[in-house]
Design a protein around this ligand. Structure first.
Ligand code: ADP
Ligand code: MG
Length: 328
């Protein structure tokens, strides 16, 4: 693996020595609450606020497609009717990507997790621990192999009453699309933040890397447990501390093990993935959290251009191959 990273480091040195002097100081930031999270986009060396706003609008457009809770979204319609003929291209592409990573992670990621997300309703107003029987009754419905994609007419069919939730992967996909839009429109330095997904367009105008903090889990002050130096890469963190409720001194968080129907209890509480594409990072950070340290490291070491930083319940930090070089 790690070919990409070596190349990345060389580029990084070249850039830091070549684009220092005389660069313009202009930059623009736009932000809002979208995709159920805080979103912000900063563009450097430009004051084109209109472009930044258009990038923000991309979030809204995709939310109308991928949201599980907007009743008329393309995803809701699919979940209701169980079939989308000539489906929206982005929805088709994202579901295809979801199936790819569900396979790669041996079902730790499973985009048919929707029945459990609705049952637990962890992001809702009154979440509570469901009855064991209720959980058991839903287990047969959760299996990404129940999704059929038919390439010829771009049809998505959900068998066995399957239902999809794209919460674990949509932000990564959207971040990648926003980056493409901005780069196509001439942006050379920028940073896109969609909640726990951060995507850097190149480095900063002065040639220095972006500095990205990894939050200390359950720390109210949000002090970073460590910081990363990032140039033109995505950093995605999934953590049990991001959305949870407590009952009888136990934490019930929003990342559900599809094999059990209950919040993952793998020993990991935070996984950060550094990768070129944010959708890969989004899929893998969620999956690795469920897989636990050993399996997660093995998987990450087997994928070119991807590495991870794992934090367990005792706050021990471990790195997959290639990750330590990003630590500041
Ligand atoms: P966040 O959305 O907080 O950034 P993640 O990317 O890890 O964090 O995604 C968590 C979301 O993914 C959950 O809120 C839920 O919508 C969905 N989800 C939970 N467990 C799984 C799973 N095993 N496979 C696929 N999606 C999941
Ligand atoms: Mg994710």
């Amino acid at each position: 693996m790690k070919k990409l990273f070596l190349l990345g480091s060389i580029l990084c040195i070249l850039l830091s020595s070549s684009c220092k002097a005389g660069d313009s100081q202009k930059n623009v930031t736009v932000s809002g609450f979208m995709l159920n999270t805080y979103v912000s986009i900063t563009l450097y060396e430009t004051d084109n606020e209109e472009l930044a706003k258009q990038a923000l609008d991309i979030c809204n457009e995709y939310e109308q497609l991928f949201s599980r809770t907007i009743p008329d979204s393309a995803l809701s319609r699919l979940n209701n009717t169980k079939e989308a003929v000539d489906a929206d291209e982005s929805l088709y592409e994202l579901i295809q990507t979801g199936i790819y990573y569900s396979d790669l992670t041996e079902g730790a990621l499973d985009i048919t997790i929707e029945p459990f997300i609705s049952l637990w309703d962890i992001s809702g107003t009154a979440p509570q621990v469901p009855d064991t029987q209720q959980i058991k009754a839903l287990l047969p419905f959760v299996n990404y192999k129940h999704i059929q994609l038919t390439e010829e007419n771009h049809t998505i069919t959900l068998h066995n009453n399957a239902s999809i939730d794209l919460g674990a992967i949509a932000k990564g996909y959207i971040a990648d699309k926003i980056r493409k839009f901005l780069v196509d429109n001439g942006v050379t330095h920028g940073i896109i933040r969609l909640g726990g997904n951060i995507l850097c367009i190149n480095d900063k105008p002065d040639g220095s890397d972006f500095i990205i903090g990894i939050q200390k889990p359950f720390d109210e002050a949000a002090v970073p447990v460590l910081t990363l130096k990032i140039d033109d890469m995505s950093v995605v963190t999934s953590g049990t501390y991001e959305r949870y409720f407590m009952e009888n001194d136990r934490i019930y968080h929003h990342i559900i093990d599809p094999k059990t129907g209950i919040p993952s209890d793998s020993g990991l509480i935070s996984v950060t993935i550094i990768s070129e594409d944010s959708v890969a990072g989004d899929c893998l950070s969620t999956a690795c959290l469920i897989m636990g340290e050993e399996k997660a490291r093995k998987l990450l070491d087997s994928i070119d251009g991807v590495c991870g930083i794992l934090i367990d319940e005792q706050m021990n930090i471990t790195y997959s191959e290639g990750a330590a070089q990003f630590v500041r």
